[in-house]
Design a protein around this ligand. Structure first.
Ligand SMILES: Cc1cc2nc3c(=O)[nH]c(=O)nc-3n(C[C@H](O)[C@H](O)[C@H](O)COP(=O)(O)OP(=O)(O)OC[C@H]3O[C@@H](n4cnc5c(N)ncnc54)[C@H](O)[C@@H]3O)c2cc1C
Length: 332
């Protein structure tokens, strides 16, 4: 019995665990490329997750915590490890007021507890309808709440850290809540404890005029519709914005918008978005990323740092060349 078969045999009886051997990963990513994972494990409770993490680590097998796959590129060769995903049990919001609270100078903030598999953009819409302000900028970010914590997702000067007041994490040792104050945060970076998965968060929002919050969201969505390609398979920004600049603008200045490789394209709408035209491979996407990076360095002297996360693959350049991210002036 190989170690994945042995691991599967150990995990199969665990309550709340479902297994999928040789699972195709492309459907689990928004770009829609990549090969298979040796084992996909979905978990239905924090306790089941802790048991899975303990078993996987004991087996000495690599693992990866998957969210909504909206910032992820999986190798065409697939992943020789276990992909762990929270199931629909982690789609919940607790603490929403039954009706919008009348905003007043002395009204108090509202704290919600949200499952980590909930979709960030949907959560932003739900809290807006409930008359809570603080997540307007998150509308249009297509990841999960857990992924938004791990990436410290953000837009228009706002980031996930701004609303977090608690993070539930699970490791092989068990379940615990940590304070966001005790973690290191940066631009698209969160220093989560080693080998942990986020399973829930507490977010604190302020009662506000419901219509104003929704109007504000509509404004941000309009901006996205104007500046970003629509109804395409993409993982959003390929590179982080360098301080005081925009990766998309730099790629445009390098004359690379619209360039294609195989089934992938550097969007002609937004220079930092890569699009799967239908039959792209991860290799096509990585080739374009290398071209963007080289082109921008040649024309502007700036070395772009990737934002997208890789699974089972490597960037086609020396990783030592990547500089740690700093918070930029730009957004998205
Ligand atoms: C059209 C489009 C627009 C976008 N716009 C924005 C934007 O404006 N701002 C922005 O910041 N991002 C943007 N993104 C990128 C993406 O949506 C965010 O990075 C998002 O937070 C990723 O969440 P996810 O659940 O999809 O994570 P995944 O892509 O599944 O994973 C990303 C990383 O998070 C980790 N992770 C996921 N879930 C967990 C968890 N529960 N616990 C611990 N680690 C976890 C993974 O291990 C991985 O390292 C955009 C993407 C698209 C496709």
């Amino acid at each position: 019995m190989d170690r994945f078969a042995a691991l599967s045999a150990r995990l199969r009886p665990v309550d709340g665990v479902r297994l999928w051997a040789n699972a195709p990963m492309a459907p689990f990513t928004t770009i829609g490329t990549g090969g298979k994972a040796k084992l996909l494990v979905t978990v239905g409770s924090a306790e089941a997750l802790a048991a899975v993490l303990a078993a996987v680590q004991e087996a000495g097998v690599d693992w990866f915590g998957l969210g909504a796959g909206s910032n992820l590129l999986v190798s065409d060769r697939g992943y020789e490890g276990v992909v762990i995903k929270l199931d629909e049990s982690f789609h919940y919001v607790e603490g929403l007021p039954a009706a919008p609270i009348e905003p007043s100078p002395d009204c108090r903030p509202v704290t919600l507890t949200v499952g980590a598999a909930a979709f960030l953009a949907r959560l932003a819409a739900v809290v807006a309808e409930a008359g809570l302000s603080g997540m307007e900028h998150a509308c249009g970010i297509p990841g999960s709440v857990g992924g938004a914590v791990a990436m410290n997702a953000g837009a228009y000067g706002w980031c996930m850290r701004d609303i977090l007041t608690g993070i539930q994490i699970v490791t092989a040792e068990g379940v615990r809540w940590v304070s966001p104050d005790g973690l290191e945060w940066g631009y698209r970076f969160c220093g989560l404890p080693e080998r942990s998965v986020v399973t829930a968060v507490r977010i604190t929002l302020m009662p506000a005029d419901c219509k104003a919050v929704m109007e504000c969201q509509r404004g941000y969505l309009r901006q996205r519709r104007e500046k970003q390609p629509r109804s395409v398979r993409t993982f959003g920004s390929a590179f982080k914005n360098p301080p005081g600049n925009h990766a998309g603008r730099l790629v445009e200045t390098a004359g690379l918008k619209g360039v294609r490789k195989g089934g992938a394209e550097i969007s002609s709408v937004h220079g930092n978005f890569l699009v799967n035209l239908g039959d792209a491979t991860t290799a096509d996407v990585l080739t374009l990323m290398a071209l963007m990076r080289q082109g921008v360095e040649r024309v502007s002297g700036i070395l772009l740092e990737p934002e997208v996360k890789l699974l089972g693959a490597e960037f086609p350049w020396d990783p030592q060349a990547d500089r740690p991210g700093e918070r930029p002036a730009g957004d998205g």
